[in-house]
Design a protein. Sequence first.
Length: 159
Amino acid sequence: MSGTFYSDLLATARSLTEGECHTGANLANLAALLGQSLADINWAGFYLMDGGMLVLGPFWGRPACIRIPLERGVCGAAARTGKVQRVADVHAFPGHIACDGASRSEIVLPIRQNGRVAAVLDIDSPSLDRFSPQDEAGLLQLTGLLEALDWGRTGYTLC
Ligand code: SME
């Protein structure tokens, strides 16, 4: 990964979302961007808070589990605690949900709107310990970009 990988990714993400208020379109393009840009991953996408649980949103990769209760999975833990979950070995994570048996490590970042978790960004890798603190820092900038957008006109429920 080059030293400018995440600043380049962020610049592309900014240009893709600039002036666009539709969150569904923005999340779809960012999932595609992550899927095309990050090496050694098998899934990248978003789960949205809806009715007190997480529901599958725009993603890149194979079809995935549709609904995740907050008490389950790495995604549920991120949404429930509001904290980034960087999991080196998903098999060692209690309650991990294996949407794709090939996944070995995972990172999930909460995304807030109006002070509450509105969605999570979830990225899976077929390699153990794929996500470094540098990945976490770079991806936090991306979720920060999404948090700065106004999701108000999208129809997505904010829980
Ligand atoms: N592994 C996740 C479920 C979602 S899939 O990885 C796409 C979890 O444990 O929450």
